[in-house]
Design a protein around this ligand. Structure first.
Ligand code: ARG
Length: 704
């Protein structure tokens, strides 16, 4: 008998499953046997009494879960932090537990109302008293953890629960004597597992299987070398025996129906305080502000989901729904994270979707020097496609050359401060780079809902169109291309060789000739196959009229390359009258600049192909400056490259026969990109037809 250890229990006089507040209770309402529950509880009581002293708190009628005294509060030394139950079904237990603690001479701390915390069900002391493990995710709010640290003066390690069956920390986690830990890793998110692994050495971690976990093996009472639980597999008992623990099984099946077992039915009321242990808590929080069509555009949902997905938690402080359908809403949300690392991750994503700090909390962006040319400081902020501003010396500075996956390079000169997106390979030592997530905001355009339809091109929303919708989408694209041409705007095309194989060459040539396209981007192959077709009538050796392979045709593309090499360049081939038609011919004739970016698999290459990829990327990005729309025609690699260089606001149309490619490319999280799953040759022919209709609506449709 260990006299210095005391427990608190509550007899099951009024115990029953009366409601459902966890998955175990589902289907079990009034299904537990009172007599059996009483017997099981008494057995547990006797077992524990053999080892320590047990106090009893009087049960209260109408509060059936009061047997689970683990949820009364969290005790350390003479202090107790009282529980604030999440569910109203248990809130009525609070005054009874409070009374008991007060009567027994404890200092009672009470959390602010509306801040759920479920006592020792969600907060477990390391058995050596070195720190407190605290759970959150289902019953307890992360924001309660800093209070625990402050009031109990102990380090708090926050663990996020992710499996609703293990809704309290004590259902899947049990610190044991001598630094051992019994736990069920899948009940925690990756970050929490990482934290556990950093604190508890491998030889001290006893990870249990799912069958043991659902038998509540972690919901155990540990008194020195004894571990009391509902049930354990032979294997688990042996593992525990090997490291010096003796398992005592005592059936608690009637309590499992309410989602609790041995540990839940007890509260250890003597937890010694270590002299040299003091509070630290890494939980941080920030309040963010969002504005826009938060509900209609789904921004609010996305923001809250991502906070939780990435390991944080939130509280909506204010939500002001716009009065009219077209007015915007604003929201203020308090975001908490178990530590700074998670907070930065969450904030990066929130900034991406347009969240900003409250004006009173705004801070300057954090700048750090460039350690060496082409190397960004650690923790540099990685840009998105959205217009971005950074706060420097109290002023918001617009970042230029917006693109994704870049760093923000800041230069302070006597003329003022400039900030621009730069690839890490380009940052220079006379610049500073923005690090962390402070003082950065993205400016998200809120679509004006009142704008009359037709005034601005309205794509059919992001997403992939079905075959039936293709014609409708093409009609809209044609309308937009026409509009851009009339306004003197700029359309870029990035195209793969499939455009030629599928018979699209003729249509693409025509679009260039008629001034619909201002830039062409692609690889060696599109040009080679286009020229092969112009010179020899085949594309990769296949006769384009007959659709059959030509004898010796597999060498055609090499002969083509050789011919152009002989001329010196594509433009020279045109000048010399060697190349007289096709896509590349039209580019030369109509002064449409192009860039052909090489790759490892290129034959030749053509003299025009840029085999220095860094240079090719630079040329691409220069040619894309000021572009209004990009047609991405069956080329995943070039399209991804182009997408990365392009800021938001540019309309993108991605056409591919493979839905996976289209989904990948049109997923820019905005309504400005559209995917069309179809044969690219067919798409181009429809597009040309539509443009013709726009030009001459009364003409008989022409067969092209
Ligand atoms: N029915 C109770 C609830 O859902 C069970 C509590 C179990 N207690 C525990 N510490 N895990 O709140």
């Amino acid at each position: 008998m260990t006299d210095s250890i005391h427990f608190l229990m509550c007899s099951p006089t009024y115990y029953d499953v009366d409601y459902v507040i966890n998955p175990w209770m589902e289907g079990n309402i009034h299904k537990s046997s009172y007599d059996k529950a009483k017997d099981q509880w008494h057995q547990l009581y006797e077992v524990i009494k053999e080892h320590t002293h047990v106090y009893l708190v009087d049960p209260a009628k109408g509060w059936p879960d009061m047997v689970f005294t683990a949820n009364a509060g969290l005790v350390l030394g003479n202090n107790v932090v009282l529980s604030r139950f999440l569910h109203k079904e248990r809130q009525g237990e609070e005054p009874y537990f409070k009374q008991w603690f007060a009567d027994n001479g404890y200092n009672v701390f009470e959390l602010p109302p509306e801040l759920p915390f479920e006592g020792a069900g969600d907060a477990l002391l390391d058995r050596e008293g070195r720190w407190l493990w605290a759970g959150y995710g289902f019953r307890t709010e992360l924001d309660s953890h800093p209070y625990l640290a402050k009031w109990l003066d102990i380090e708090v390690l926050s663990l996020r629960l992710v499996d609703s069956r293990f809704y309290h920390l004590d259902t899947c986690f049990c610190p044991l004597a001598n630094g051992y830990l019994l736990y069920y890793p899948p009940a925690f998110d990756a970050y929490s597992n990482h934290l556990i692994e950093r604190r508890v050495p491998p030889e001290k971690r006893i990870a249990i299987s799912e069958p043991d976990a659902v038998n509540f093996a972690c919901n155990a009472v540990n008194i020195n070398e004894v571990v009391i639980m509902n049930q354990a597999s032979e294997e688990l008992k042996q593992r525990l025996a090997k490291v010096g623990f003796r398992v005592i099984e005592t059936p608690l099946t009637e309590f499992l129906k309410a989602g609790g077992a041995a540990k839940c039915l007890t509260l250890r009321t003597t937890e010694p305080v270590l002299e040299d242990v003091h509070a630290t808590v890494s939980v941080t929080s920030r309040t963010i502000r969002m504005e826009g069509h938060l509900l209609d555009a789904g921004t609010m949902n996305r923001a809250l989901d991502l906070v939780v997905e990435r390991g944080g938690s939130f509280k909506v402080l204010n939500f002001d729904l716009g009065a009219e359908r077209q007015s915007t809403s604003t929201a203020e949300v308090r975001v908490s994270a178990p530590d700074q690392e998670v907070m930065e991750d969450v904030m990066t994503e929130l900034i991406r979707i347009g969240a900003a700090s409250l004006p009173e909390d705004e801070q300057d962006a954090q700048l750090e020097p460039v350690p060496a040319f082409g190397v960004a400081p650690d923790d540099f902020y990685v840009t998105t496609i959205y217009p971005t501003e950074v706060r420097i010396n109290g002023e918001w500075v617009r970042v230029t050359h917006q693109r994704m996956d870049a760093a923000i390079a800041v230069k302070e000169t006597p003329q003022g401060v400039t900030a621009r997106c730069k690839l890490i390979r380009d940052v220079d030592t006379d610049e500073k780079v923005v690090v962390g997530v402070r003082g950065i905001r993205t400016v998200r355009k809120t679509e004006d809902r009142s704008r009359s339809a037709g005034e601005e091109f309205s794509f059919m929303g992001a997403g992939v169109s079905s075959e039936r919708r293709v014609e409708l989408v093409v009609e809209q694209i044609a309308w937009e291309m026409r509009h851009i041409r009339d306004q003197g705007g700029k359309v870029a095309v990035t195209a793969g060789p499939v455009v030629i194989h599928t018979g699209g060459s003729h249509h693409l040539s025509r679009l260039i000739r008629e001034g619909y396209i201002q830039v062409l981007l692609g690889g060696n192959a599109i040009a080679v196959h286009d020229i092969e077709q112009a010179l020899m009538g085949t594309s990769l050796g296949v006769d384009m009229k007959q659709g059959t392979p030509v004898h010796g045709g597999h060498r055609h593309h090499l002969k083509t390359i050789n011919t152009i090499r002989q001329c010196g360049s594509i433009a020279k081939a045109v000048d010399q009258g060697v190349l007289t038609k096709g896509v590349m011919y039209e580019c030369v004739k109509n002064n449409v600049p192009f860039c052909l970016a090489g790759s490892i698999r290129d034959d030749g290459p053509l003299p025009d192909t840029q085999m220095d990829l860094v240079k090719a990327q630079e040329e691409y990005s220069q040619l894309l400056e000021g572009v209004d729309m990009i047609l991405m025609l069956s080329t995943m690699l070039h399209s991804i490259g182009v997408g990365n260089m392009t800021p938001s606001g540019v309309k993108m149309v991605c056409v591919d026969i493979n839905p996976a490619v289209v989904t990948k490319l049109s997923d820019r999280g905005s309504i400005e990109s559209v995917g069309v799953v179809t044969d690219v040759g067919l798409f181009l022919s429809l597009l040309v037809k539509q443009l013709e209709q726009l030009t001459n609506p009364y003409a008989e449709p022409q067969v092209i």
